[in-house]
Design a protein around this ligand. Structure first.
Ligand code: SF4
Length: 239
């Protein structure tokens, strides 16, 4: 790690349950950092956190999490570092975690949510992060392949990181074919770690996409994840 950081650019912090992926259902403190290197807005779905991650405030390490959230972490809630794309800030994240552990004398259970386009540095990939939730994007994101897929990043994460799971947003049957053609048949990622997730940022939208995704999971023996926060709170964010 290079320059000494003392702050993170924070979009929002809230306490809830993890709504998606391999740790769905577990209580979690969400730390959303600002900015993303993609702008997903394509066929079938658009980024549903853009209005939040576009804003961010430089926040000194000591002001990032309120005391009661630190208590939740000490009691076993996960710290979910998300975005936007949090690895844009990975040096600051690394220094924040070192600072956190030295001040609070414990290491929380940490999840990172990433779009898989940035190669993680050693100080994040080799142990401190417990779960990697990688949501690489298909062509329905509207982004070109060269921008949304970094083969080196996916390979590095798959090889070096703890508990990797790939959460793939599915809005139509063609997405399954693309997943196999570009990611699974090429062995770019480990098929056994894939979880398909229905596209949709409202309960009505999920009702349409969910049956397509469940049938694909059954047909190809792939994992399934729902979007619990939408099932519970619909469009409300930060809850
Ligand atoms: S990568 Fe994620 S946060 Fe970034 S624009 Fe796409 S959906 Fe939104």
């Amino acid at each position: 790690m290079g320059n000494v950081k003392t702050s993170l650019i924070v979009s929002e912090v809230f306490y809830s349950i993890q709504g998606e992926g391999q740790c769905a259902g577990i209580s979690a403190v969400f730390l959303r950092l600002a900015g993303c290197n993609l702008l997903c807005s394509g066929v079938g779905w658009v980024c549903d956190t853009i209005e939040v991650w576009k804003k961010g405030r430089h926040t000194y390490f000591q002001d990032v999490l309120p005391v009661e959230y630190i208590q939740h972490l000490e009691n076993g809630a996960h710290l979910v570092i998300t975005g936007g794309e949090p690895l844009l800030h990975q040096e600051a994240i690394g220094q924040y975690l070192v600072w956190f552990m030295s001040v609070h004398n414990f290491k929380p259970i940490i999840e990172i949510e990433t779009n898989g386009t940035i190669v993680p540095e050693w100080y994040l990939s080799t142990g401190v992060v417990n779960y990697w939730n990688v949501s690489f994007k298909l062509s329905t994101s509207g982004e070109p392949y060269e921008k949304r897929v970094n083969e080196l990043a996916l390979t590095t994460i798959g090889r070096d990181c703890n508990n990797v799971s790939y959460k793939v947003v599915i809005s139509r049957e063609e997405d399954i074919l693309e997943l196999f053609k570009d990611f699974l048949d090429t062995k770019l990622i480990d098929e056994s770690k894939v979880m398909l997730m229905p596209a949709g940022s409202t309960q009505d939208e999920l009702t349409v996409t969910r049956p397509i995704v469940v049938e694909a999971c059954k047909a190809f023996n792939l994992g399934y994840t729902d979007r619990l926060h939408i099932v519970i709170w619909n469009k409300k964010t930060g809850v």
